[in-house]
Each structure stands twice: as structure tokens, then as C-alpha cells.
Design a protein around this ligand. Sequence first.
Ligand SMILES: [Zn+2]
Ligand SMILES: [Zn+2]
Length: 269
Amino acid sequence: MKNKSHTPLVNYHSHTYRCKHATGEVVEFVNAASEAGLEIFGVSDHAAFPDDRWPDVRMRYEELDDYVEAVRAAQRSVPQVQVLLGMECEYVPEFKNYLQDELLGKRQFDYLIGAGHYTPHKGDWLSSFTELNCKPHLKSYTEHLCQMMESKLFAFIAHPDIFGCTNFEWNAYLNACSREILRTAEETQTPLEINGNGLRKKYLKNSDGFRPPYPWRPFWELASEFNIKVVCNSDCHLPNEVVAGISENLELANTLRLELADLSHLSPG
Ligand SMILES: [Zn+2]
Ligand SMILES: [Zn+2]
């Protein structure tokens, strides 16, 4: 008889003070992760870009060395936790080589998270938190997320249901967009993240009552119709949030019979 496998407590999504909207240095997060019993802790601050675009919510390019060194130092000082070097990246096609050759290649990042906090639309970038409130913008978001998955650069996609911030009621168009995202996740075998940070944001009221902006349950109900895998992370921006939201989202995944992704192939390089 096979042993019932033990599911380790893991978190692959975390930030540091460098992104300017989080507090704490890597080692503080990793110490908190150790205390919380996490076996794997992925550090994934918002990625710098060579042209320092969107500087208000991410580190500058010249801070990269220091970031990598802070993760390496935490790996040495807290060996009981497997600490991974990652980054949460916007997908900017013109910087594909930077992500691939410099971060994953030369600098030996263990993994990258793909995230659409911004949506390319008609030559400009929209905020996915505040501007996915009409069909053309949702269409651009959907196409953007699909291209991100097709790039094959990312270990998983963060909060694919971020459009829950600006859409109150579920509708047929959201259903169609979600199906396209889920179909591409299935085809490219890209895991999708059920994100814990959404649970810590202000709840919205719709006809079903109060709900977090994300995870938005109808998206994940639909996900259960596809052959996809999910990953539940805290997306912590404070050391006391290292496991926040993970158990709630594991319960959601379990209720909807969503299979957890096995990311054990990501290991400190
Ligand atoms: Zn953040
Ligand atoms: Zn995010």
C-alpha cells in the first residue's frame, strides 16, 4: 500500500521593501516562514526592468544585485527553509530576452511568476486593478495573459482573476474570457495561482453578498472543468503575512477538486 503523501506547506509568492509597497527584508520574511512551518519559501518581488518602467511599484534595475544577494544571504542564514530566488514579472514582449537570458540564464533565478498588473491596450498600458471594466479592456487582458503563458517563461500565473477588482457581477463575457485563459493554461500546462492577497483587500458587494476582489469563485468553478493545476500562495507584503490566505485557498481548491501543481522541480540553483 502506498503511504499517504504528506503535503508540505509552501509559498512561492512574496515581496520585500524594494517594491515600495511592502515592508521587510528577505531574511525577515524567511525567518517568519521558518516560524510558520513553511518548507519552501519563494521570494518573488516585483521585477525590475532594464528601462526602469513603472518605478513606483518595483525595484530599480540597479538594485538587482542587492536583491539577489539578499536572497542568497537568507538561504545561508535560514537553512531549514528551502528559499527560492524568483521574481513576479509583467510580460513585456520586448524584454523577453531579459527575462530569459539575464534573469533565468545569467543570474540563475529559480523561477519567474507571470502577472498582468498592467494590460497592453492600443499602444498603452492599463491598470488591471482599476481599468478592466469594459469588454475591449477585458479582451486585451485575456490576450495578454494567453501570450504570457505561451511564452513558456513562467512557473505559474499570479491572480489570473484580477478582473474581479473592477467587475461586480459575473457575466457571459467574463465567462468567455475566463474560458480562453483556462484553455490556454491547459494547453501550455501553466499552473494558475489562487492568490491570498486578494483576501486581504477590501471586499466588494454584489448580488451574492460580499466577496473578495479575488479569488473570484466563479472563475475557479469554471477552472474545475479544465485539466489545469493550481498553486495557493500568500503573496505576502509583510513578514506576518507569510502564510496568510493559504489555508482558505487550499480549502477552495479542495472543494472545487482543483489539483495542486507540483513545483518541486524548482530548486535553489
Ligand atoms: Zn505587490
Ligand atoms: Zn500581483
